[in-house]
Design a protein around this ligand. Sequence first.
Ligand code: ARG
Ligand code: ZN
Length: 882
Amino acid sequence: MDKGSPKAILLKDYAAPAWWIETVDLSFDLRDGGTLVTSRLGVRRNLDVVRAPLVLDGQELELVSVTVGDRPLGPDDYAITPDHLTIPDLPGDQVAIEIVTRIHPEKNTALEGLYKSSGNYCTQCEAEGFRKITYFQDRPDVMAKYRVRVEGDRAAYPVLLSNGNLVDQGDAGDGRHWALWEDPWPKPCYLFALVAGNLVHIEDRFRTRSGRDVTLRIYVEPGNEDKCAHAMESLIKSMKWDEDVYGLEYDLDIFNIVAVGDFNMGAMENKSLNVFNTKYILARPDTATDTDFLGIEAVVAHEYFHNWTGNRVTCRDWFQLSLKEGLTVFRDQQFSADMNSAPVKRIQDVTRLRQVQFAEDAGPTAHPVRPDSYIEINNFYTPTVYEKGAEVLRMYHTLLGAAGYRRGIDLYFARHDGQAVTTDDFLAAMRDANPDAGVDWEQFRRWYAQAGTPGVSGEGSYDPATHTYRLTLRQFLAPTPGQPVKLPMLIPVSLGLVGPDGKDQALTLAGEDSATAGTRVLALNAAEQSFTFTEVPAPPVPSLFRGFSAPIKLSFDYSDADLTFLMANDSDPFNRWEAGQTLASRLLLGLVADRAAGRDMAVPKGFIDAMGATLSRASEDPAFASLALTLPSENYLGQLMEVIDVDGIHAARNLVRAAIGRTHRDALLAAYRANAEQGEFSVSPDAIGRRALKNAALAYLLAADDADGKALALAQYRTATGMTDVITALALIADSDMPERADALATFAAKWKDEALVMDKWFMIQATSSRPDTLANVTALLSHPGFNIRNPNKVYSLVGGFTGNAVAFHAADGSGYEFLADRVIELNKLNPQVASRMAKSFARWRKYDGERQAAAKVALERVAHTPDLSRDVYEIIARSLE
Ligand code: ARG
Ligand code: ZN
């Protein structure tokens, strides 16, 4: 922060480019010690805007030569700065330019642009990595057709890939070879990709509904061929689903995926050459957990779905990121819901939304789904742009219904295929395709523009004389950084009225004809609104925001008895789960308050009984039961407090967990045994659900320090063959004082030392342990031979695991903050994106007590005063300190 603050980019400054680039002919001469990149551009003046020079973006490039037409330019013919190459006075309106640059992928630790992972070349260009490969207008509204020639050593890099179709290949002499790729679809440069390496592949085939045969390949490092089957199956399912549900078909004859071990994010949707973090491809039952299998299915689908929502129709500028990400996350959520259990998927997605997005919305880095300013765009690949963005898409779907939503999607593609557009364009398509929907679209647009999570409160009253039920709802949105004043949102409320018999009653609003019983969607569009239902025979309990119909925080005046009733009777599974969570949160926060006031914490018997009832019904739907039995996380409970009482939350939650484990010991043991592995291993939703229930039961037994539970955990660790069971047992052992602890951790590491993804789990479970020696262990693990700070997955497991560990990271003495500051400073030089992601853990420091705040501030300021702070880290730290 010493050399003047980096400048913010503003949405309102958007202007179309003065030049279009229509064709790109790239040639890569890959060599250790310097890769030569030759770029031939076909540029055309944009006659719609005022004449201006051609300004190309470029960073960390060595310029070798520039030629315009056939005239080589001298240094006086252009201007060069660390970020730009400007060519004034281009002759005519249509020009050919050749630019030769040298780059050093082997020294690239930021993993952005062209870099090496385990000796193989690969690229990551989104958002602005292409400018580290060659000079170019690195902005998504510049779309061009690419031809790419890749040349490299044949023995070291037998596989040479880029986007589109392989059109030619040959020998280059000197032990070298080349391949020529051509992508017929115009694309922005962030979708460019190149891979050169020693890779093997598995292959399959998909016939599209119009009869196109597509070759599908997944490339991995030799030795990993046996871990690709699930990813391939997921790809084929995604292609079929997108045809069936969205009417969208793949548009080339080949679709390639490459998995690399060093990758900043999850994966990348480069046209026909997706590049993935190995974490989202490689899986075998003995190496990957159920969560990994489901994550692979979701991310493979996500990247494939981008082929239409992102690639065929892309973003005009990066403020529109949610145009493709919110939509594509919603699509992958729908897909996973269809492939597995829809209620379970919805509960998992909402849990994650609350955990990470609500936290972001309530802190100093809060921003709208469509931000209006940024310093470093990589900082905006956030839960708000992705997950809240997906909620916005879900609200279109809720308000318009499946058919209306699909009409909007069809119109969006009819209008915009091949274009770079905005979220306003998307909204206009939804609106124009549904002229009779009765939606106030200007108000709906506020979901893109206003940051923060709306709160909704309310109450209901029943009049037995007139058989009417009056429901009053109020909404409130607190100021967020830069947005002091907020306007009321259009909030879809999907609701039911549950009668005393547990059945849904009819939902007839005053003045309407009698309605049928079930669920209906109302629009809450004012600060306060009342809805009067007539013909309600008996006092109902309202079931509000069924399926979590809007990303809001509800506080409704339910009694504990109402919540217990909904837990047992609501026809909406999400709200059955939700009622239990609300009840649990209420109870846990009560205990935290007791502890803070020096009172004894006494666990109410009613809640323990309700959990017993859930357990006794568990065999009906084990997956759902495992979620219903899980208490709200420490992180989520913290969000519900004015000042987060880290130790109080931990103590209260553990007390309740132990009480459940003790009281229901026999039922838990029975549930464990009833769901123990039987028959062949499978990742069917049913098998995953039974494992989840079994392991939830085991965790409760250990929370109660039960001797049989400990014996079961040890036996499970030693004999289980699937990674879900092995790692769950090991995590429970690692979090305990069991004498077998050290030995169990050691045997695991010895067995899996060569499997990087499995070792990531080993680092993670130690980093998330609530034992008092966790920071010491984590610090020691930084020097473990399996750890490498240059590998993002390792950092996310060990450092990210630790920052997610509330009691350890927020230790009152500030040791956790000091540790994180050291890591952020170390990573800042190596990989700014990873550094910045880690730095975000500081963001909510003002939510803690004075002692912790003081320690956090010292750590934040130490990072702030680090020389050569990247824009990425600067932006996060500066906002946190504001
Ligand atoms: N578009 C990718 C996805 O959501 C994410 C790439 C983000 N990369 C980055 N460096 N910000 O699938
Ligand atoms: Zn995406």
